[in-house]
Ligand binder design. Structure first.
Ligand SMILES: Cc1cc2nc3c(=O)[nH]c(=O)nc-3n(C[C@H](O)[C@H](O)[C@H](O)COP(=O)(O)OP(=O)(O)OC[C@H]3O[C@@H](n4cnc5c(N)ncnc54)[C@H](O)[C@@H]3O)c2cc1C
Length: 463
């Protein structure tokens, strides 16, 4: 490794999806040079540790980097996602990011790639294999690690596991080579959902599956959030539908009733009031299959697994000794404290529209290239934490609508958003709406959004 310090405009720490999306925008919208560093040997971050049966839960059409499409813009013809836009799996996503690196970034001559390197501080990078350090003089440091994504394969269970118990991450489920009498899926999030569906796909009878769900969740219906031009319901229609229901609702309880009635939110158990909301997205076919699993344990979180007993916060449940436990408890969407995205010579990548991290990273890259004033950059890029509990839905919708209105007021930014592949919401259809060429007058749309924002404020304050 050279002893000379490497001089670059940006040192991007983390080549996960957010680091890649940010780098792509900087590369295409400036002539800056970039050092891209990751502890892993290839880009894609948490997807390198993914279980093989994972797929995106939202369409490939708005995932990846802005400049290169992911997938073929095709509707799935079979399976539980039939009739909807394709969902890339982990292998496809990793191959995609490798292509972005090798075909787009490196041939530009402006990106220096440091695989298997750890960023020690803002000015030095250590090559893991040799221990050598390379000094970097960077105009700005971009922290693309702040969202702290955790996935089960590299996150130990947060409960005790007695020696004789077989407890694996979902990756272990994908290679299971022997029959078990029972399967216990621990965790109610997207990974737990995927594991339950995978077990059913393997032909395991629903009554051999036990699902430990500390909380029930509101979920998005994927059919409602298809890219514009595909299917009957685009993401834009979906947000407008929710805005109308929010504007018309008289209380928080009335709001969630309305959202369920119009199909904006769905839940697995119609009789249980959800307390969780984390943007997990399912199809109706997935929902129907998940409802086939009737052995559901709702006694809080697991504290300890033993061969014949599961100890939870609120009680114990017996299990057969011949049970495979699947740990789906890692927090892939931690609710991190927010911090200013632009501060001096540091950019901390965070979400600026809930649950759309890659869009956020690309937009932050654009704002960095197109605006000079730090206060203006931070005003356009207001970080929003990941949702976790039901009330976070209220904050999330308010954040989305406020940001859309602020962004639409900046003509250049609005034009960029309309052209951005990763922005599934600010589409040509959205522009037509604001120009008065949609099904309703523009003033009516803005009025609905404002009334919805007011109602959300009232419901948030009434808690
Ligand atoms: C199972 C799953 C499914 C998802 N599905 C969707 C979806 O359908 N649609 C959607 O929009 N989003 C989805 N997401 C969310 C989205 O994929 C991720 O949040 C997004 O990829 C963010 O990744 P990241 O770059 O922030 O983090 P990571 O993937 O964690 O990347 C961070 C990188 O930083 C590196 N690193 C950390 N510290 C250092 C250091 N000191 N030096 C060098 N390198 C370092 C790590 O090795 C890692 O590669 C999903 C997430 C999960 C977990």
């Amino acid at each position: 490794m050279s002893r000379m310090p490497l001089e670059v405009d940006y040192l991007v720490v983390g080549a996960g999806a957010m680091g890649m999306a940010f780098t792509d925008t900087i590369l295409h919208e400036s002539d800056a040079t970039i050092a891209l560093v990751d502890r892993l040997d290839r880009p894609g971050g948490h997807w390198n540790h993914a279980y093989p049966f994972v797929r995106l839960h939202q369409p490939s059409a708005y995932y990846g980097v802005n400049s290169r499409p992911l997938g073929e813009n095709r509707l799935d013809a079979s399976g539980r996602n039939a009739g909807m836009m394709e969902l890339a799996g982990a292998h496809e996503i990793l191959a995609y990011f490798d292509t972005v690196l090798r075909r787009d970034f490196l041939p530009s001559g402006r990106v220096s790639w440091f695989p298997q390197c750890t960023c020690l501080c803002d000015s030095s990078v250590r090559l893991t294999a040799t221990g050598a350090t390379r000094q970097v003089k960077a105009g700005k440091v971009v922290d693309a690690t702040y969202m702290k994504v955790q996935v089960p394969r590299v996150t130990p269970p947060n409960f005790e596991v007695a020696g004789a118990v077989t407890c694996v991450p979902p990756n272990g489920l994908a290679t299971v080579g022997e029959a078990y009498r029972g399967f216990v899926v621990v965790g109610a999030g997207k990974t737990g959902i995927d594991s339950c569906l995978h077990l059913l796909d393997l032909g395991v009878a629903p009554d051999r599956i036990t699902w430990i769900k500390p909380r029930e969740s509101w979920l998005f219906d994927r059919a409602q959030m298809q890219p514009e031009g595909f299917g009957d319901h685009s993401l834009l229609d979906y947000i407008l539908l929710q805005a109308q229901e929010i504007a018309a609702s008289t209380s928080r309880a009335d709001l969630f009733r309305r959202l369920e009635t119009c199909g904006a939110l769905v839940r697995i158990e119609p009789d249980i009031e959800p307390t969780m909301f984390r943007c997990a997205t399912v199809s109706q076919a997935e929902l129907a299959d998940l409802r086939r699993i009737r052995n559901v344990v709702r006694l809080g979180r697991v504290q300890r697994l033993e061969t014949t007993c599961i100890t939870l916060d609120q009680g114990e449940v017996a299990c057969h000794a011949d049970t495979l436990f699947i740990d789906c408890t890692a927090d892939g969407l931690e609710k991190r404290p927010t911090k200013p995205i632009f501060r001096d010579k540091r950019i901390t990548l965070q979400t600026v529209r809930p649950c759309q991290q890659l869009f956020a990273a690309a937009m932050i890259g654009h704002v960095e290239c197109a605006y000079a004033d730090e206060a203006q950059k931070n005003a356009l890029c207001v970080p929003v934490p990941h949702p976790d509990v039901t009330d976070d839905y209220l904050h999330m919708m308010r954040d989305i609508m406020r940001a859309q209105m602020a962004w639409a007021a900046d003509p250049d930014l609005f034009q960029w958003l309309v052209m951005s592949r990763l922005d599934g919401l600010t589409t040509p259809g959205f522009r037509a709406l604001l120009e008065g060429n949609g099904p309703a007058p523009a003033e009516q749309i803005v009025d609905t959004a404002q009334r919805a924002i007011e109602n959300l404020g009232r419901f948030i304050e009434s808690r």
